[in-house]
Design a protein around this ligand. Sequence first.
Ligand code: M6R
Length: 616
Amino acid sequence: MCGIVGYVGKLKAAPLILEGLKRLEYRGYDSAGVMVCQDGKFVLVKKAGRVANLEKEAAKVRLTGHFGMGHTRWATHGGVTDANAHPHISSDGQIALIHNGVIENYISMKKFLLTKGYQFVSETDTEVLGNLLAYHYAKEPANAEESRFVSAVRKTLLHVEGTYGIVVMALDAPGELVTARKGSPLILGIGDGESLVASDVSAIVSRTQSVVYLNDGEIAHLTPSSFSITTLAAGEVSPVIDKVTWSITDAELNGYTHFMEKEIFEQPAALENAMRGRFSEDGSTANFGGLNITPAEFRNMDRFMFCACGTALHACMVTEHLIERFARVPVECDYASEFRYRNMPLFSNTLFFVMSQSGETIDTLAAMREAKRKGYKVLAINNVVGSTIAREADGGIYQHVGPEVGVASTKAFTSQLLIGGLLSLYIARMRDMSFSDGVQFVQALKGAPDHVRTVLMQAEHIKGIAKRYAKYRDMLFLGRLSLFPIALEGALKLKEISYIHAEGYPAAEMKHGPIALISEECPAVFFVSSGEMFHKVINSMQEIKARGGRIIAIATESCQLPDGLADEVIIIPECHEAVLPIVATIPVQLLSYYIAVELKRDVDKPRNLAKSVTVE
Ligand code: M6R
């Protein structure tokens, strides 16, 4: 969850590191630190709060070194204080360390180190690891075959239980960085006379587009002109250099106030990118390049299992509905965090899917590994190219929507819904769906970006509603069938960026408890579509109205709402069942966004959250 960036090269390191930290701030923003090695010393500045605070402090210090590293923290062990911020320097002053992850056996290590005279100034597990590194480094003999520095890191990590992505500097090896990972992403940037390391491509893509994705259990040694990778067991690794396909401007605001706003309005283009090249030549089904499973194998599956977290799980739930509805194949969805521990019995012919924007969510990764251990093939639906989940999956589908920076997921979600629609079409066409129904389905999916454009044109209308509703402290989101997961998503969006308590429910379930919340103080957002559920949803709305609750209706255009039933109405286009969840999502994204802006919340960096949750 924390952001990591390291640099060794020909330029002054601090400005590059601070720039990288700003781009990584969405990964964690409790505190931040920057450190360079200059004139035979470590010069360190660290501060609780945002990177902007750190920048102010750093401006007061002469930071001229060409080698250094920086960190944005999302606290796990120890409160949000200057002392707990990273980097941490060992008590003998020889080793500096930044770390993402959790060292589980840090208490026993600390006891051992105290007996050896090491001292601690923070409450973090990271400082313990830094001191253990210093202990091994001091004992390390000069070894002709391998750098002393790498060897000490390797010996230290063999004692560590838990997860880590670390970057280490040694005072007597100023132009070198050693970096290692187990469970936390790290990417090497290979530049011209400079080397970089970061937890996320966005921190280094302005310097180089040549990257190497480090794997779990690997240690890399970087100098300005070279890099080498070995395993924890000292085996040689032949690195593969990948090219990043997006540029830094894709991760900039480009005139918008917030990344969330930019990413909401980018959705028509994002959907076009997600569907490009994904239709068969005859226009009757979907086409995926990277499944690594033959159509015959796919056809043989009796069940599909989906695991994800947060917003991505809501996309899985819509996908479940669509596959069961159109392909008539049973689907199960589970929270990745629960699946990984509950030893769920699975049918043999089950194809396993994980969905994750970042491809680094630890619970989703663990669920995937558990399914693979049990012998299941796992396909990943994922946005970040080269992410751990993408690399460990047996195959998958990239979302291709470019970097999503706002902590609240928007364009990633609607593109996951689109891929869910494509997948249900693909599976349905292998079964009972006719050619002409397939063609109609394809046409409907192709129309999704225009429908989204139509809803985005109502932004001002939705902003007006947001201004009137920002004063409420509780809200319900209610929908049925494929719009129930969109109700969950609406409630999640609102609570995560505005801190208003919100709950999503299937509309009819409201009578079994949540209706007790209804009063003038608790409005309800209803999703209303024409078709079989129309009258049932209207009944639920009447029940709310009868109890004095205010209603915001998000209704498809042919719905004839009884006069006066809804206090506010947002009309969305009539569309195919696979497209409706996408189109119905846009108003709740806008509503949450404008409410959060009205309440002056930090939209892109909501409190306590981080973009990608890489710790358990
Ligand atoms: O990167 P992932 O899709 O695996 O992330 C999963 C959740 O952490 C994420 O969707 C989270 O719920 C978002 N903040 C929601 O906006």
